[in-house]
Design a protein around this ligand. Structure first.
Ligand code: AMP
Ligand code: ZN
Length: 109
């Protein structure tokens, strides 16, 4: 089982900030700004490359959740970045699809 599946199953400790039946959100352990959350579907999908039609609503829900979390973390106005890294060349290290929500202060590249 991959690391993010373990986190989704509560088999691996991490700082969870939101959870519902389909999505879990936790703080990135190596934050690139004062707010750095990982929005992760509980369903294992390797990356954007493996998305299927059936995943459309799930992906949409992740983006709307990002909007809500940005508002709650007071970075809606100052701005933030939403990133899907895809494959090693795209900077993806964990092969379980996730959306980075990064903002608040300077973003460390
Ligand atoms: P990516 O490079 O897009 O695959 O992003 C993976 C992210 O997961 C990195 O920003 C890591 O800092 C983060 N990460 C790795 N392990 C953990 C963990 N146990 N808890 C929280 N974040 C993690
Ligand atoms: Zn997984």
């Amino acid at each position: 089982m991959c690391l993010f599946c373990k986190i989704a199953n509560h088999e691996q400790d991490t700082d969870i900030v939101y959870e519902d039946e389909a999505i879990i959100v936790f703080k990135d352990i190596n934050p690139k700004a004062s707010v750095h959350l990982l929005i992760v579907p509980k369903k294992h999908i390797d990356s954007i490359n493996e998305l299927e039609e059936v995943d459309k609503e799930l992906m949409s829900d992740m983006i709307f959740l990002a909007k809500k979390l940005a508002l709650e973390n007071k970075i809606s106005k100052s701005g933030y970045r939403l990133t899907f890294n895809v494959g090693r060349g795209g900077g993806q290290i964990i092969d379980h699809i996730h959306l980075h929500l990064i903002g608040g202060g300077k973003i460390n590249e």
